[in-house]
Design a protein around this ligand. Structure first.
Ligand SMILES: [Zn+2]
Length: 311
């Protein structure tokens, strides 16, 4: 049950419950990224949140969560596709002296000008569909609070999140109120008393979850631990995987665009060409023979515009 997202609905269909635990996918993602523990924790929480949101996408595409920071961490960016392929990265301003007291605010919002951006990027965008982008100030001490603030103010959706991460795993639990059936448009936030009771009941139970339980329990066990007395509508688990779009082929195309002269001069200086993926940190090495291949007739002649987005 590693790397699985599980979705449930309360029996009255008024509240969505989702639980998630990542371990292998998360460790794969961190393998080439040398980040301090406090940043791994924040990035893992943002990753868990991103997968929880991507699990509800109504189109083929991806959710991108981006925090632009004004503190020691300049950027955290996480992308998760509707097929639950996840990638995540963080960029620091120089060396970071870590402390267990580091919070989202101290690391990323030193002067209150940090920004939290949520993007919904449909695959059909190339055919004219729009990128949706919402930006809010970085409110709250935790990733969960920042996202709850966003969901309330930009999406008018009551959402609660419990998130935890370390270098081995990330776990998350999401509660979200479904728009009430009787109030389809004008008063989507109006709910019956019974629905209010369900929502408050779920929050009371979810609030008892510990950080260790989020990190260690698989999604089914986590949900059972909290809601064992409740009837829930359960949906099949969905596998989550680490997926960065970088490939050796893409790096080769990028090197080709630099031109033979530039590549030859790097080879002369360093003996090989070394590139780390800007997103996941995966290393790519090209020796002299590989580089000669870049400029052989008919190889990598076409560089598709935009194909290296987010790299
Ligand atoms: Zn990559």
């Amino acid at each position: 049950m590693n790397d699985t997202l599980k979705k449930y609905l309360t029996i009255d269909h008024s509240t969505r419950i989702q639980s998630l635990r990542l371990s292998d996918a998360w460790k794969t993602g961190l393998a080439h990224q040398n980040l301090p523990a406090s940043v791994v924790r924040l990035l893992g929480e943002l990753s868990a949140a991103c997968v929880l949101l991507a699990g509800n996408l109504k189109f083929d595409g991806s959710v991108i969560l981006q925090v632009q920071g004004t503190g020691p961490v300049s950027l955290m960016m996480v992308e998760c596709t509707s097929a639950l392929g996840l990638r995540a990265t963080a960029h620091l301003r120089g060396e970071l002296a870590t402390s267990s007291d580091d919070t989202l605010q101290t690391l990323m919002n030193a002067d209150g000008k940090g920004r939290f951006t949520v993007m919904l990027d449909p695959e059909a965008r190339a055919r004219g569909a729009n990128l949706y982008q919402g930006i809010v100030p970085l409110e709250g001490d935790t990733v969960a609070h920042a996202l709850e603030y966003y969901m309330k103010h930009s999406e008018q959706l009551d959402t609660r999140l419990w998130l935890a991460a370390d270098e081995h795993s990330c776990g998350g639990l999401l509660l979200q109120r479904m728009p009430s059936a009787q109030n389809s448009s004008a008063q989507a936030s109006t709910h019956s008393e019974a629905e209010d009771d369900t929502w408050n009941h779920c929050i009371t139970l979810a609030d008892t979850i510990s950080r260790d339980e989020l990190l260690e329990l698989d999604p089914e066990a986590l949900t059972h631990r909290l809601f064992w007395q409740d009837d829930l509508v359960s949906f099949p688990g969905q596998a989550v995987s680490w997926h960065c779009s970088c490939t050796r082929e893409r790096v080769a195309r990028m090197l080709h665009t630099l031109g033979q002269q530039e590549i030859d001069s790097i080879l002369a200086e360093q003996g090989h060409v070394h590139i780390d993926c800007h997103f996941c940190g995966k290393p790519y090495d090209f020796d002299a023979v590989d580089c000669a291949g870049l400029f052989a007739d008919g190889v990598h002649q076409v560089h598709a515009p935009g194909s290296d987005r987010l790299q």
